[in-house]
Design a protein around this ligand. Structure first.
Ligand code: URA
Length: 297
């Protein structure tokens, strides 16, 4: 059995130095230097684009640049200027003092990802806006092969205004790289809650309920070919289920959104994998499944 360089790199990440090979063939020894550049986008089946009033650079596979459509990525300085342009810049405390936003109506009104991001930046529907530094909307390409959905921003994400930039994010990027994917080529990353829960606690049901319309509208606008739900909260929120993660893994799911039927693969959250590396092998299988599904296989 032949392993590609990407597979070897990922197995190395999993701590597998000598993969077991069925059929008695000699094991392939993974060289420590088998580090691999992230590469080509998988061929994804064609899907008609969402009508976008202010489409700009939002074509298939276009990378959402802070400069091009700043609201969509909302990172660091881009976010601050985006927020300033969207309406008046408000401090978290000012936002929290106002009447709570109707997130269902507000999300529905956003015609573009840019508008959605500006709305989220002004949201006060749950208490999370009081303590967050920045909202973290999403990052990556439009119409991605895979939309990764995590739980919520952590400390680093809150500071930078971007999803998955801390330790979990590094592992996530390595995992994506092992299947030839990245946020610059064919992946979009987002979370179920857009503001950091203080102290990295779990998001509360009321916070998830308030933020869910933003995620669902984001899915409509991003139009992914598949969704990778990382961790129990992401899986439960997307699928409206209450089951534990282990019960949801390795099963076929989909979400119906705006006439699209988007397959969902449930897997472990990278933060969990950092604590329990033994489960990386199962996560590798989930990723392979997501990759095949995103190619329509
Ligand atoms: N964990 C998540 O679920 N999302 C992030 O953006 C970072 C860590």
């Amino acid at each position: 059995m032949q392993f590609s360089a990407l597979q070897l790199a990922w197995m190395q990440e999993l701590g597998i130095d000598k993969p077991w090979i069925p059929g008695g063939a000699a094991p392939a020894v993974i060289q420590p230097q088998a580090r691999v550049a992230v590469n080509p986008a998988p061929d994804v089946a064609q899907r008609p684009p969402t009508p976008q009033p202010a489409a700009g650079s939002l074509g298939a596979g276009s990378f959402v640049q802070a400069g091009a459509i700043a609201h969509a990525q909302l990172g660091g300085a881009a976010q601050r200027s985006a927020t300033a342009n969207a309406s008046s810049t408000k401090k978290s405390s000012d936002v929290a003092a106002e009447k709570p936003l109707d997130t269902v109506a507000a999300a529905a009104q956003a015609a573009t990802l840019e508008e959605l991001a500006a709305t989220i930046a002004q949201c006060n529907a749950c208490g999370l806006c009081k303590e967050r530094e920045q909202v973290v909307v999403g990052q990556g390409v439009m119409q991605p092969a895979i939309m990764v959905v995590g739980e919520g921003p952590g400390d680093q994400e809150d500071r930078q205004g971007l999803p998955f930039v801390g330790r979990s994010g590094m592992l996530l990027d390595n995992m994506l790289s092992s299947i030839g994917s990245s946020r610059t080529t064919d992946v979009y990353a987002a979370n179920i809650v857009k503001c950091r829960p203080p102290g990295n606690r779990n998001p509360r049901p009321a916070e998830i309920t308030a933020c869910r319309p933003f995620l669902m509208r984001q899915i409509e606008l991003v139009r992914p070919f598949s969704i990778l739900a990382l961790g129990r909260f992401a899986a439960q929120t997307l699928l409206g289920a209450e089951a534990q993660l282990t019960e949801m893994r390795d099963k076929p799911y989909s979400v119906e959104q705006a006439g699209l039927n988007i397959p969902v693969v449930v897997s472990y959250h990278p933060a969990y994998l950092l604590r329990r590396p033994a489960d990386k092998a199962a996560a590798w299988r989930d990723l392979q499944r997501a990759r095949l599904i995103s190619k329509g296989l």
